[in-house]
Design a protein around this ligand. Structure first.
Ligand SMILES: Cc1ncc(COP(=O)(O)O)c(C=O)c1O
Length: 406
């Protein structure tokens, strides 16, 4: 069985040793073996471009799609591969017909690119009304979120679609979508799930979950390289969902055929999805990975909260992502003049990376900074000790020292 942690980072990944990587949820990181498979495909493509595009790529894309479908509990006909979740979301929103006054429900924690897509569509006169549900802390239990959704839907007639994040980026909340989807469907409202962080972190049964549309990145937690995501479409909508690029097979009746040949592009990052899932299975499967990652992330936030005398996000464990969690940064971080806003938190991340070579996702809620730490199989306790020490040195010890010397 594979040894996880430091040795795994060195042997099985191509991640540099000189950077501490506590943000696997950002852009993922593919194993060496998968990258080598992609390189072999690229070499094959370059050695015979004609052969590749005419006789090879469609089979590889199809095999990869079949493997992903099996892994996420989907009928093969209900799922296609796209570049990323943003493409998945855009594909759905721009394929559907909207009428002036139609409403789409999002939350105050919906990913920025998704909000931008809706705003852009409105600028092009779609006249969709965006309704926002505010998710606030503390969250006591899942019923609180489900009830809030019911109330919002009942107070806003004409909502046509709800966009739910399976795992929210800024807070790492694991949304109870299994309970939220029926609430929408009972009211005749479509649901699109933004599952950017879910495949490889949550065991999925997409046909059973029953969302109208579900899109999730495979490059974050499922060991592909960047440029690979799934889009699951309930068969009742498959006729109307088309790729953003109108290409050779655009009018083909089969969903997969419309998505596979989007003109001349390099889709080797999609073709390797089968190799990525085989890697995941070879190292023990999702249960074994979960045991390592969940134990490590739970230990890390506890350790950091104790060291900084802060707390983890006030959300029950069952509503927190399995491999990502938020811990509050010490109040001293607020004293360095960076505003505790979304923009400010990006600045803070840059500061920590540039000085300490540590990647961690910072965010801000209610006037305080938080850090979202991730745990993947290449992580070990030392990574989070380095993060603890960097924050302590930069925001507590050095300012104290400087004050004394003044
Ligand atoms: C919730 C959520 N949605 C969408 C995205 C966008 O993903 P991508 O850049 O792969 O399109 C992200 C990226 O982190 C995310 O966290």
């Amino acid at each position: 069985m594979m040894v996880f942690g430091k040795k795994c980072k060195k042997l099985d990944f191509m991640l540099t040793d000189s950077v501490t990587f506590c943000n696997h949820g950002g852009f993922g990181g593919a194993p060496r073996k998968v990258i080598e498979t992609q390189r072999s495909y690229q070499l094959e493509q370059e050695s015979d471009p004609e052969g590749w595009y005419r006789y090879r790529v469609e089979d590889l894309y199809s095999n990869a799609t079949d493997k992903v479908a099996e892994f996420v509990g989907s009928d093969k006909e209900n799922l296609v591969l796209v570049e990323n979740v943003t493409t998945g979301v855009n594909t759905v929103l721009k394929s559907l017909q909207w009428l002036p006054g139609d409403k789409i429900l999002i939350t105050n924690q919906t990913f920025e690119a998704v909000k931008n897509t809706l705003t852009f569509m409105n600028k092009k006169n779609e006249e969709i009304e965006i309704v926002t549900m505010d998710i606030r802390f503390p969250i006591e239990n899942k019923e609180q979120l489900v009830y809030q959704l019911e109330e919002t839907l009942d107070a806003n007639k004409d909502i046509k679609m709800v966009i739910l994040d399976h795992i929210i980026s800024v807070s790492a909340i694991l949304m109870p979508i299994e309970d939220m989807i029926p609430v929408c469907h009972q009211r005749g409202v479509m649901v699109m799930v933004d599952g950017a962080h879910a495949p490889g972190q949550v065991q999925l049964q997409l046909d059973q979950i029953g969302a109208d549309f579900y899109t999730g990145d495979l490059h974050k937690w499922c060991f592909t390289t960047r440029g690979c995501a799934l889009l699951h479409v309930d068969p009742k909508h498959s006729d109307v969902i088309n790729p953003l690029v109108t290409a050779y097979l655009h009018f083909h009746p089969r969903l997969r055929d419309r998505f596979v040949r989007q003109s001349t592009r390099d889709c080797t990052s999609m073709c390797i999805a089968s190799a990525a899932i085989e890697f995941l299975e070879e190292i023990g499967g999702l249960d074994v990975i979960t045991q390592h990652n969940t134990n490590l992330v739970d230990w890390a936030v506890e350790m950091l909260a104790n060291a900084w005398k802060t707390k983890h996000l006030p959300v029950p464990r069952s509503l927190r992502a399995p491999f990502m969690s938020l811990v509050m940064l010490p109040a001293d971080v607020n004293d360095v003049g960076i505003p505790a806003t979304y923009q400010g938190s990006k600045k803070l991340m840059g500061k920590i990376y540039k000085k300490y070579a540590i990647h961690c996702a910072c965010t801000a809620f209610d006037g305080r900074f938080w850090v979202r730490v991730s745990a993947q199989i290449h992580n070990c306790k030392e990574d989070y000790f380095k993060l603890r020490d960097a924050i302590t040195q930069e925001f507590i010890e050095e300012p104290k020292k400087n004050n004394k010397t003044k």
